[in-house]
Every structure is written in structure tokens, then in C-alpha cells.
Ligand binder design. Structure first.
Ligand SMILES: Nc1nc2c(ncn2[C@@H]2O[C@H](COP(=O)(O)OP(=O)(O)O)[C@@H](O)[C@H]2O)c(=O)[nH]1
Ligand SMILES: [Mg+2]
Length: 98
């Protein structure tokens, strides 16, 4: 089955943490700090930068389990053509694809 999200990104035993909230509240910054992954895109201000659902993984060395942190487009987006409903739809579609 093809998916616009990486189908191997989330395994059955993975712990999935969904990070949701308004644009500019530090969701991506939090994920970058947690995963130490510099490819996480951080915005400069209240303008939105994350427009797609993105997954970042980290390994919990204690349990040996993969943790999948999901960055999501923020609500109250600065781009007027992107509604909260559209954002919620993107997040829901991602979850249904897992
Ligand atoms: N003062 C302060 N600024 C933060 C904090 N976390 C993120 N920021 C800043 O807020 C802006 C938006 O951050 P970002 O992580 O892209 O937010 P996102 O839209 O929720 O993903 C950036 O300029 C960050 O540097 C924080 O804890 N304190
Ligand atoms: Mg973001």
C-alpha cells in the first residue's frame, strides 16, 4: 500500500507521541531538543513553518523501544488559506495511515 507518509516509520511496538498545538508555541523546538535532530524545522516567529505531518524517531536506551515523535502543522496558522479543519484532517489522515 502506498502512503505519502513513510509506511515503515511507525512500528507496532513503537511509542508514538503526537505533538499538537497552535503555531509558534514551540512544538518543533521541543522535538528538536528531544531528538537532537537538526533537520527539524524551527520557525522564526508566529508564522507557520511546519505544513506537513513529520515523524522523528529516537531510541529509548532503557527499554530499547523506538519512540516516534510526530510534529504536526500548528493550529491558528498564519496562512489564511489553511484552516484548522484542514490541519486536523492532515493529522487524522496520518494517524489512520499507521
Ligand atoms: N522564548 C521562547 N521561545 C521559544 C521556545 N520554544 C520555541 N521558541 C521560539 O518560538 C518560535 C517558534 O518555534 P517552533 O518550534 O517553530 O514552533 P511551532 O510552530 O510550534 O513548531 C521560534 O522562534 C523558537 O525559537 C521557548 O521555550 N521559549
Ligand atoms: Mg513546527
Amino acid at each position: 500500500m502506498s502512503s505519502k507518509f513513510n509506511p515503515v516509520a511507525v512500528g507496532q511496538n513503537d511509542v508514538v507521541i503526537l505533538v499538537m498545538g497552535s503555531t509558534g508555541t514551540g512544538k518543533s523546538s521541543f522535538i528538536q531538543l528531544l531528538t537532537n535532530n537538526t533537520s527539524v524545522k524551527i520557525g522564526n516567529n508566529l508564522d507557520s513553518l511546519t505544513s506537513e505531518v513529520q515523524v522523528f524517531r529516537l531510541l529509548d536506551h532503557t527499554s530499547g523501544r523506538n519512540i516516534v515523535v510526530v510534529d504536526t502543522p500548528g493550529f491558528d496558522d498564519s496562512r489564511s488559506d489553511i484552516t484548522d479543519t484542514a490541519i486536523l484532517k492532515k493529522i487524522t489522515e496520518f494517524l489512520l495511515n499507521q
